[in-house]
Design a binder for this molecule. Structure first.
Ligand code: SAM
Length: 261
């Protein structure tokens, strides 16, 4: 059966479209408790640098409302609130707010690290956590100043539907930022990166998270994700203006953005 018959990529395997969401859920159910550890191990900590660069580009402002989709354990929302608080301390204004939304309760729960039941206020327990599918989200139209999705869009079955949802939920003037693994334009870097990914990441997933298959899916799904220009066109097609992107680490990851004008 070809993709036109209703199949979709799940890594290098083709599966019926309606199965993808539950297969992806299985991956993140399995890795949730080891997710942060594995991120550090397989990227040698570089995912932190990419996320810092992303939030520098966002330039969070006092009073802004962020909704981070497929937000997992909350890396982007925590960084966003810290930067917005720093801006508020310098210039005054309202406190910024953040929601992390994810389809997977396990990932949201793994991000709740407070041990005192939230009595002492921390950046982490200021974040509201909401379960939801990126394709049809439980948020009002025109309610967010900034929407983000970091290493999440690749896993979504209907990416066009998700991008249209982000457009709906942003206020006019609001900005979308998508951080995702990408394709290094340089052939030599691509070769080195491919060798590293396939040889190291699945075995490391087996060792640290007890789940080699989920990390095999991860490296395969990266190779199936559209290239930079193709994904930028999808963002434009969803209605966004001033669409652009910046490669990180030679294009191993890419930050995409677009404005709702
Ligand atoms: N954003 C976090 C980060 O950068 O560390 C987590 C990224 S993790 C690789 C991908 C996340 O996407 C998982 O938490 C998974 O549950 C979530 N996800 C997968 N499909 C989704 C969907 N259709 N809607 C919302 N979240 C989804």
């Amino acid at each position: 059966m070809s993709k036109s018959d209703g199949n979709i990529d799940f890594g290098f395997t083709e599966i019926p479209r309606e199965e993808k969401q539950s297969r992806v859920k299985g991956v993140f159910d399995s890795v949730a408790s080891k997710y942060d550890l594995m991120n550090d191990a397989m990227s040698m900590g570089i995912h932190r640098v990419w996320k810092d660069m992303m939030v520098t580009k966002i330039n969070p402002q006092p009073g802004e409302h962020l909704i981070d989709i497929a937000g997992g354990t909350g890396d982007i929302a925590k960084r966003f609130l810290k930067r917005a608080d720093a801006a508020q301390a310098r210039r005054g204004g309202e406190r910024a707010t953040a929601i992390v939304s994810d389809i997977n309760y396990g990932m949201l729960a793994a991000g709740r690290t407070d041990t005192d039941g939230g009595r002492k206020e921390t950046i982490n327990n200021r974040i509201e956590r909401v379960c939801g599918n990126a394709e049809h989200l439980p948020f009002d139209s025109a309610c967010a100043d900034v929407m983000t999705i970091s290493f999440g869009i690749r896993n979504v079955t209907d990416r066009d539907a998700a991008l249209r949802e982000f457009y709906r939920i942003l206020k006019p003037g609001g900005r979308l930022f998508v951080l995702e693994f990408s394709t290094p334009p340089d052939k030599i870097l691509r070769k080195i990166y491919d060798s590293y990914s396939f040889a190291v990441i699945p075995p490391l997933g087996g060792l640290l998270a007890g789940d080699k298959e989920s990390y095999q899916y991860l490296v395969e799904s990266i190779r199936r994700f559209p290239r930079q220009d193709a994904f930028a066109s999808m963002i434009k097609d969803a209605g966004f203006s001033r669409v652009g992107w910046q490669d990180y680490s030679g294009g191993i990851a890419t930050l995409h953005w677009g404005w709702k004008v």
